[in-house]
Write a protein that binds this ligand. Structure first.
Ligand code: S3P
Length: 166
């Protein structure tokens, strides 16, 4: 089995993937980290020097390499849902897709706390438009939706485990 966490920037995918990994004794991977490793550049550098299209191509390459992986939790970049082929690769061989649904208000709070540069979150007006556009796509691709507002990460991880064991 592999568990794929999708959701907007700041929805807690990476943090929750690590905790889930500990609880389930699965390894946690993050497509953002894999893209950076593969390209030898930071996300910001890829966007600055080669543009979003190059970033998306790298995401496709990385997800293809993950298609046969088992017993992993995969935290994804917020834009993976823009290419259905990525979701197809990630879902291959028993991939369960979980959408971490967080309100935009909560996203803004979390993103402003984290120093990590996010090329597509330069200002909240633009980011909210992106959020509204993507929301139905996250929902469409998910097997389960987990709301994260006002929940401790431990409770969120336990809720995910409960859902996948049902
Ligand atoms: C992106 C989200 C980022 C990263 C890149 C693009 C997006 O990942 O992949 O900056 O399009 O939403 P996080 O969701 O982990 O911040």
């Amino acid at each position: 089995m592999k568990i794929i966490l999708i959701g907007f920037m700041g929805s807690g995918k990476s943090t929750i993937s690590r905790l889930l990994g500990e609880k389930l004794n699965f390894k946690a991977l993050d497509t953002d980290d894999l893209v950076e490793k593969k390209s030898g550049m930071t996300t910001a550098e890829i966007f600055d020097k080669h543009g979003e299209t190059r970033y998306r191509e790298l995401e496709i390459d990385v997800s293809r390499e993950l298609k046969n992986i088992q017993n992993h939790i995969i935290a994804t970049g917020g834009g993976v849902i823009l290419n259905s082929v990525i979701i197809d690769y990630l879902k291959m061989n028993n991939g369960i897709v979980i959408f971490l649904k967080t309100s935009f208000k909560e996203i803004v709070r979390r993103v402003s706390k984290h120093k990590r540069p996010r090329p597509l979150f330069k200002n909240s007006v633009q980011a909210e438009k992106l959020y509204e556009f993507r929301l139905p796509i996250y929902e469409e691709y998910s097997d389960f939706i987990i709301k994260t507002d006002n929940k401790e990460i431990n409770a969120i991880a336990d809720e995910i485990i409960f859902k996948i064991k049902q």
